[in-house]
Design a protein around this ligand. Structure first.
Ligand code: GNR
Ligand code: NI
Length: 185
């Protein structure tokens, strides 16, 4: 099921997510919802807090054009090694329309559980390394704008506030139209 993506700023995006104690059918259902939501939004990754679930679960697919081909599920991910630095122009599905350069490690080694609960390690570079760091940040209540200057962050905060109020107005208008239509029947 495609779920609604939480827009920053929101208290849920500031919380530290809870480790998963058992990878069961409920967690697999959550991972499936996350993948569906990520593909529907054309993203390369998604962290559970972005759909309001404060659990340490991530999905990543850096080649979403071939849907399902390179889908990675990470439960309780831990970055165990980081090397070098690189900058990349990042975006976030929770901060639509914004993109800024962020400095991160160029290579990371991540340890996690897969969707069967089996531990694995993955050596990451390029966009995959960026995505792993961006998503693990989400699990610790950090978004990419937290890596920017406070001036840039506050400008983006104002734009998100505007976006949210526009969306709320649209939703109210739609609701009013639906009610008017129903009473006309
Ligand atoms: O879709 C996404 N694209 C992206 C581009 C550059 C750096 C990071 C990302 S992750 C983002 C999806 C998202 O918000 N995941 O939390
Ligand atoms: Ni994000």
């Amino acid at each position: 099921m495609v779920r609604e993506i939480v827009i920053w700023p929101d208290p849920v995006l500031k919380q530290v997510a809870k480790p998963v104690d058992r990878v069961d059918d409920g967690i697999r259902r959550l991972l499936d919802d996350m993948a569906e939501t990520m593909y529907a939004a054309d993203g390369v990754g998604l962290a559970a807090p972005q759909i309001g679930e404060l659990l340490r679960c991530i999905v990543i697919d850096t080649s979403p054009r071939q849907e399902g081909q390179r889908l990675i599920h990470l439960v309780n991910p831990e970055i165990v090694e980081a090397d070098g630095t690189t900058t990349y122009t990042e975006g976030c599905l929770s901060i639509p329309g914004e993109a800024e350069e962020v400095e991160r490690a160029a290579k990371v080694r991540v340890r996690a559980l897969d969707r069967e609960g089996a531990p694995f390690e993955l050596e990451c570079e390029g966009l995959l390394a960026i995505a792993v760091q961006h998503e693990t940040d989400h699990l610790d209540g950090v978004v990419f704008v937290d890596h920017l200057s406070s001036l840039k962050r506050e400008v983006i905060r104002r734009r998100m506030k505007k976006l949210k109020s526009e969306r709320a107005t649209e939703t109210a208008d739609e609701l009013r139209r639906a009610v008017a239509h129903k009473s006309a029947l």
